[in-house]
Design a protein around this ligand. Structure first.
Ligand SMILES: [Zn+2]
Length: 145
């Protein structure tokens, strides 16, 4: 009887496998949260955590209205989602566009490994900051949830 030597996978394959597991876990988490929001309307169910920034200051943060916007989007109410949190729709559009671009670049073998370059993250932070200021001013009242 011969015993086969143990299989040692190269570190690259192990890292790729771990990345897949983390990706699957995050996808399952996102799907679970989407199902929760889909079946339990944030406007009528009180178990969702309230925004602490809004509770303390009375001002709207960039995330205020985001759960209601996700609920509206999941039910196909695009304009209601836009009214609840326009930043969410903007970020989703950026995410979808960037994902498509990364997919095309990977297929062509030209992807540099950066999902979102740092300079664009700073730009997104600036957009969120401007959105926050605008939605709390009388002229940007239409951006408030
Ligand atoms: Zn908030």
């Amino acid at each position: 009887m011969t015993i086969a030597p143990p299989q040692i996978s190269p570190p690259v394959a192990a890292a790729r496998s771990a990345r897949w597991r983390v990706g699957l876990l995050l996808a399952a988490l996102a799907l679970g949260l989407a199902a929760l929001i889909f079946f339990f309307n944030p406007a009528t169910h009180q178990f969702y955590p309230p925004c602490q920034f809004h509770r303390v200051t009375g001002l709207n943060c960039p995330g205020c209205g985001m759960t209601r916007a996700i609920y509206a989007l999941l039910h196909g109410h695009f304009t209601a989602a836009l009214r609840d949190n326009a930043l969410l729709l903007f970020l989703l559009a950026i995410l979808l566009g960037r994902s498509a671009w990364v997919g095309v670049q990977k297929r062509r073998g030209r992807w540099n490994g950066q999902i979102i370059p740092a300079k664009y993250l700073w730009l997104l932070l600036l957009v969120a900051l401007v959105f926050s200021v605008l939605r709390n001013l009388p002229i940007g009242n239409f951006l408030s949830p």
